[in-house]
Design a binder for this molecule. Structure first.
Ligand SMILES: [Zn+2]
Length: 75
């Protein structure tokens, strides 16, 4: 009898845990949109897109997403 009671309790705990996860999941996306750690993000001075600093094109102290935008932004 006590075994059945414990089993029932475990089922209730698991169901409550699942429901809690289900409702919490919508509010807090688990670091899906976060950037990779240690990678500094910079903005393209021409189109405004954000890119990792390692992938950015640097020219005249400004950062760009590609060579083309670096060329287009030059006076
Ligand atoms: Zn750009």
């Amino acid at each position: 009898m006590i075994i059945r009671l414990i089993a029932l309790l475990l089922v209730v705990i698991v169901v409550m845990w699942l429901l809690k996860r289900l409702f919490a999941g919508d509010k807090q996306p688990d670091q899906i949109s976060q950037q990779p750690q240690g990678e500094n993000m910079v903005q393209c001075q021409y189109c405004g897109i954000h890119i990792p600093e390692s992938a950015a094109v640097k020219r005249g102290g400004k950062t760009y997403c590609c060579e083309e935008h670096a060329d287009l932004d030059q006076p």
